[in-house]
Design a protein around this ligand. Structure first.
Ligand SMILES: Cc1ncc(COP(=O)(O)O)c(C=O)c1O
Length: 419
């Protein structure tokens, strides 16, 4: 072993599906439905706000701002969430602004994990949860959402966890559970009953709940996003995480936040002040201006928090249709902008043996990128080591893309499937 080897606590986390698939896309230049971001313009009011901030006659807007969050932004965040969760949130003690939701997750897990603490993670999961738990010295405990059918088109609501199994994971060592609703990659919007079940266990075992709600505004009618922090007795034990990138379709801005009770937020602040310390001032200012405008028109159809899902609905339905037409079996998401599809009926058209990866979905997506020119993401990347096979029959596609690109994806698939 050499002195400069990867430290032991990072071992096992070398592989990242994003690094690998972005490289693949650069090399083969497929139509990319892999990563989750729009390929079209962000809302003009937020980009205009950034221009105005850059040209502002206040020179301090280009300098360091308050470490735990730019005052204008924490005020806007506190005001908005006070309204939506119906409880007064203190902008200075109960909100932390972070470098994307990623950093909010990171400081939450670093700030709340002692060696050996267990974190319950629902599979498939946003892939960074596991390395974040492990590098903090914690132990991930997994439970999978399972589809009720694999042969017919289903709703993301049909992906469910087994309640007995969930119950059996909680014990004295459990520090918390990480939930993600609306869910990436399934698109599931957790129901009140499911959230209540989790909340009751969290209360029974005195654990935290980390609620990753980055897709909170992207929910398709008639479904409703429920914040677990609003259930009785839950604000006290919940840290809720959001993302400006997802909220305003500006993923490159990398501003996120966490909110929760001040005693829990304190741990995040300690971690944040010693790692990132403070986030970009002009971007925070522009996000604050974006929030202020949306708060004025909250509840109206033109509010971006409502119009984004309206804009995405036809894209979702179009993707579900063309995937079904080529023989895949999509799960129709209730929220978010990803779609899982079971591709196994097309297996005889793919030369899986030309790829060397262990899991079939990796081989399918790589072969498709190289030979058909369409890129998706292999969902087995979103499972723990024991359950990876559960993701193998699926591919994840992103549909927050220009109509012409979705049409091009449909044409590529149809042409290939009809050969
Ligand atoms: C479920 C989930 N959580 C967190 C993030 C990270 O968000 P951000 O870009 O704000 O760091 C993403 C991004 O795709 C996500 O899908």
């Amino acid at each position: 072993m050499s002195k400069f080897d990867l430290p032991a606590r990072l071992k096992g986390n070398e592989k990242s599906v994003w690094v690998e698939y972005i490289q693949l896309a650069l090399q083969y230049k497929p139509l990319n439905l892999g990563q989750g971001f729009p390929d079209y313009y962000a809302p003009k009011n937020v980009t205009d706000a950034l221009v105005a901030t850059a040209n502002s006659d206040n020179p301090l807007l280009q300098q360091y701002t308050r470490g735990f969050g730019h005052p204008r932004l924490v005020n806007a965040i506190a005001k908005l969430y006070s309204k939506v969760i119906n409880r007064d949130i203190n902008p200075n003690q109960e909100v932390l602004v972070t470098a994307g939701a990623y950093e909010a997750l990171f400081v939450t897990l670093q700030g709340h994990t002692n060696p050996g603490d267990e974190w319950i993670i629902i599979e498939p999961f946003f892939d960074c949860y596991v390395p974040m738990v492990q590098t903090a010295g914690g132990v991930p405990r997994f439970i999978a959402l399972k589809p009720k059918s694999t042969t017919s088109t289903i709703s993301s609501r049909d992906w469910v966890f087994d309640r007995k199994e969930m119950e059996s994971l909680f014990n004295e060592k459990t520090k918390g559970i990480i939930i993600n609703t609306p869910h990436n990659p399934v698109g599931k919007v957790f129901t009140l009953e499911e959230l209540q079940f989790i909340a009751d266990l969290a209360k029974k075992w005195n654990t935290l709940v980390v609620s990753d709600e980055v897709y909170e505004w992207i929910v398709y009618e008639p479904h409703r996003h429920i914040r677990i922090a609003t259930l009785p007795g839950m604000f006290e034990r919940t840290i809720t995480i959001g993302s400006a990138g997802k909220t305003f379709s500006v993923t490159g801005w990398k501003i996120g936040w966490a909110y929760g009770p001040s005693n829990l937020m304190y741990n995040l602040q300690v971690m944040h002040q010693n790692t990132v310390y403070t986030c970009s001032t002009p971007i925070q200012e522009a996000v604050a201006i974006g929030f202020e405008l949306e708060m004025e028109r909250l509840g109206q159809p033109e509010c971006y928090f409502h119009s984004l899902a309206q804009e995405l609905l036809p894209k979702r339905d179009y993707m579900a249709k063309f995937l079904s037409e080529v023989g895949m079996v999509p799960t129709i998401p209730e929220g978010g902008y990803f779609m899982l599809a079971n591709w196994t009926s097309l297996e005889n058209k793919v030369k899986l043996n030309e790829e060397t990866d262990k899991y079939k979905d990796y081989r399918f997506t790589k072969w498709m990128t190289k030979n058909v020119g369409l890129q998706g993401i292999p969902p087995s990347a979103f499972y723990g080591p024991k359950h990876r096979h559960l993701g193998e029959d699926y591919v994840r596609y992103c549909f927050i893309k220009k109509d012409e690109n979705l049409k091009a994806a449909a044409d590529i698939l149809k042409k290939w499937a009809s050969k």
